[in-house]
Structures are given as C-alpha cells and as structure tokens.
Ligand binder design. Structure first.
Ligand SMILES: C[S@@+](CC[C@H](N)C(=O)[O-])C[C@H]1O[C@@H](n2cnc3c(N)ncnc32)[C@H](O)[C@@H]1O
Length: 276
C-alpha cells in the first residue's frame, strides 16, 4: 500500500425512503442466499455466536428489530421464545419472512415500519429480550433505536445485537495479500469517519449484485449510546469461526486474522442512575 485510498463510496442518501427502496431491491437475492445456505458467514459464524450470546430464551418475549426475512426471529422462536415480534422497514423482506410462516408456522408477528417509531409505540417494559442481527448499522438513527429498546425492555431485560466489527468495517479498508494471493491482514483507515457509505454485495453467494447503505460508528459511539440509554454492558463477544466451520468454508479463516463481527449484550438495570 503506497497511498491512502478511500475504498468505499460515500452515500448520497441514507433516509427511510432510500433504505426501504434498497432493501426491497436486495430482498430476492438476500433471501435466496439464505434459502440455499450460501450465506455461510451467517449460518456458520455470527448467527450461532449471536444465538449463544442470547443464552436460554425459553419462555421469553422477544422483539427482533430489522428482522429482514426473519432469520433471527425464527431462531428465537425455535429456541423456545414464547412470543416473537419482528420489525422491518422493507415490505419485500417481510414478504419473505411471512412466506416462511406459511411453510412452518412459528407464530411470529411481523410489523412493517421504522424500527425507531414502531418500538417507541410499543408498550413500555413489555419485552424480555430485544435483538438486532446485523441491522442497526443499516438504520439512520441507531441511538434512537437503542433508547426505544431500553424503554420496551423489562427490568433485567437485555438488548443483544451484532454488527460487523466497528474497528475493521470502516469507510476505508482493503485486504493485504502475500505473493500467492493469501490474505495476510487488513488495512483500515478513516476509523473516525461516521458518514454513511455504499455497500456493494457482489459476491457469487448472491444471484444478482445489489447495493445497500450502511454506517460505521466508532466503538466509543456505540458505548456512549448504550450508556446514555441507561444500559449496562453484560457481555462483549468477538466471535471466531470454529475449526469445523473453517474446514467446511475455508473463507472463514479470515475471522481468525482480525475481528470481523462484534456481539454486544446490554442489560437494563432500573437501579442504575442515568448519566446527566
Ligand atoms: C442486513 S439486513 C439484516 C436482516 C436480518 N436481521 C438478518 O439477520 O438477515 C438489515 C435489515 O434492516 C432493515 N432496516 C434498515 N433500516 C431499518 C429501519 N429504520 N427500521 C426497520 N428496519 C430497517 C432492512 O430493511 C434490512 O432488512
């Protein structure tokens, strides 16, 4: 690397209308990759790690925000949650989610709308667990969603979310290879740039390429959002793929080089005095 490169294009728009449109277009390819099991990062890496971070969900009332085609909502229902509500902005994503309900009824209630507004309008202290699987970075105002999640949680309830890792999923990033093309590590820059950028999903895992918009926030920003909402940190997980997963999907070796995903478990503790 000889000169600094901005490797991702800044987004022109990142509002509810543009986000809904992008995910409506993406939805068919996104759902298809899951149906075929091609999305192995999800099935063999961050998905199981996030489910483990949620612990025993038996009998819990769960709200899954940015539920997309319902992957994590279904996982929670299958793991014993007593009631699951999924919220997503994209009608097409929810169409896929509801199709799964027709194939295998789990009783999940899907709501279409902006996660922040929908959650603000749900009854206070009505959920045991709020989850967000790779969705908060796709929303225009994660801080507002985190505050709303805190309000709907019961005392002792948890917010569990995963995103790509803030330290490595930055505006500028590029893999560094050896002479044989093997990945050696990751070059990152512009860590403090918190402006939205375009994400191009062009891998052969998807039946057509699509573009969505997301944001990368510093670890400091995430921590302050949680603290200011009144949460305490219960767990902080930087998952790595298991030997078995890497044997099946050698690409997952990358997860041993640098942290690629982060899972946060935050707890609502009403005895906590909110910071001024
Ligand atoms: C990367 S997908 C993740 C979907 C799902 N959680 C999963 O694990 O596959 C991000 C999702 O966030 C949704 N989303 C983005 N902004 C949103 C908002 N403001 N309110 C609700 N959902 C939103 C998108 O429609 C999309 O389905």
């Amino acid at each position: 690397m000889t000169k600094k490169q901005q490797t991702r294009r800044p987004a022109e728009r990142f509002d509810l209308q543009s986000i809904r449109r992008e995910w409506d277009i993406a939805s068919e390819a996104y759902a298809d990759a899951q149906d075929r099991g091609a999305d192995y990062y999800r099935f063999n890496y961050f998905g199981p790690a996030m489910a483990e971070a949620c612990g025993d969900v038996n009998g819990l009332k769960v709200l899954d925000i940015g539920c997309g085609t319902g992957y994590f909502s279904r996982l929670m229902a299958k793991n014993g949650a007593s009631a699951v509500t999924g919220v997503d902005l994209s009608p097409n994503q929810l169409t896929h989610a509801r199709e799964y309900e027709v194939k295998e009824r789990l009783g999940i209630n899907y709501i279409e709308g902006d996660a922040a507004s929908v959650t603000e309008n749900l009854p206070e202290a009505s959920f045991d667990l709020v989850t967000a699987c790779v969705s908060l970075v796709d929303m225009p105002d994660p801080a507002r969603v985190i505050r709303a999640a805190h309000r709907v949680l019961k005392h002792g309830g948890r917010l569990v979310f995963t995103n790509t890792h803030p330290v490595t999923d930055t505006v500028s990033r590029e893999w560094i290879h050896d002479a044989d093309g093997n990945r050696l590590g990751l070059w990152i820059s512009d860590y403090f740039d918190e402006s939205p950028f375009n994400l191009n999903w062009m891998s052969d895992r998807y039946k057509y390429p699509f573009q969505t918009t997301g944001n990368s926030y510093t670890l400091q920003t995430w921590m302050r959002w949680l603290i200011n909402a009144g949460f305490i940190l219960q767990d902080f997980v930087e998952p790595v793929a298991t030997d078995q997963a890497i044997a099946q999907h050698p690409g997952l070796q990358d997860t041993r080089l640098v942290p690629l995903f982060l899972i946060i478990v935050a707890r609502k503790d009403e005895r906590l005095i909110p910071p001024p």
